[in-house]
Design a binder for this molecule. Sequence first.
Ligand code: C2E
Ligand code: CA
Ligand code: CA
Ligand code: CA
Length: 275
Amino acid sequence: AKEKGKNNYQFFTQDLNQKVVRKYQVESALRKAIAKDEFKFHYQPQVDLQTEKLVGLEALLRWNPSFGPVSPVEFIPIAEETGLILPIGEWVLEEACRQIQEWKECGKLGVRVSVNVSARQFRDSQFNRKVEALLKKYRIDASQLEIEITESVMMNIEESSKVIRQLRELGLKIAIDDFGAGYSSLTVIKNIEIDTLKIDKSLIDDMLNNSRNLSILKAIISVGKGLDTLVVVEGIEKEEQVELLKGFGVIGQGYFYSRPMPPAKLESDWIEAGR
Ligand code: C2E
Ligand code: CA
Ligand code: CA
Ligand code: CA
């Protein structure tokens, strides 16, 4: 038994070592990623369930360093921990504005584009001014840009609601992301005015075989409707889910409609196809 314990310990430390090495590798590559132009966006359509028309896009960061693609699920937490999320977040906002302008100038697209913003970026006292400068630089309509935040932004509710109010005064849209996944979702919408509620995939996942989940989902949708916000249901993968939610006036985002894709593919499959 003692032998076995020792082996387990070795496996454990080996595993831990690998994780530390990987994290170090990711972190050092992340420091050079902007200069090396390794980031791009994939865009995922948001579709009106009723009309099946494209009504918005979420910009999702993709990173392809020399040692192979790394998922944002892995590198975003590291970026947040190290503060690298600040320069990365600036790249994200600027690239979204640039793309909105490009699509607008060639008459291709006028829909809302949403970007993810971390709590850390929100704490930057210059955040609003940076956003305002970008809107000017790219001469875009503020209402085409939406900022997705999670309830973690609300840890400091007073400061954050001030930033959010200012952003909305500029004309930007604000979405609460992963709604219903945490504990304090209701506190968030009680305290600030928002434009869009994005209901977390976990609530959609087993609504087909779990009537409790379906009830909760419907209740959240009606809360959103009551507050006059757009409701986006995330992670729709099956036709049956669409059937259940049709008639509720919601927007869907998920693999059922489309995976996130590079801008050129979005243009050919969605925009030029007139969807
Ligand atoms: P999120 O903001 O909740 O984005 C939705 C994630 O769900 C995306 O993963 C998307 O590809 C995935 N997804 C969409 N539809 C489906 C579906 O039907 N089924 C399944 N299984 N997944 C679906 P992705 O692109 O890997 O991004 C993961 C997370 O990384 C995002 O979650 C977001 O929290 C973060 N992230 C991505 N881009 C950025 C960024 O530019 N800035 C920041 N701060 N975070 C980002
Ligand atoms: Ca999001
Ligand atoms: Ca989400
Ligand atoms: Ca998330």
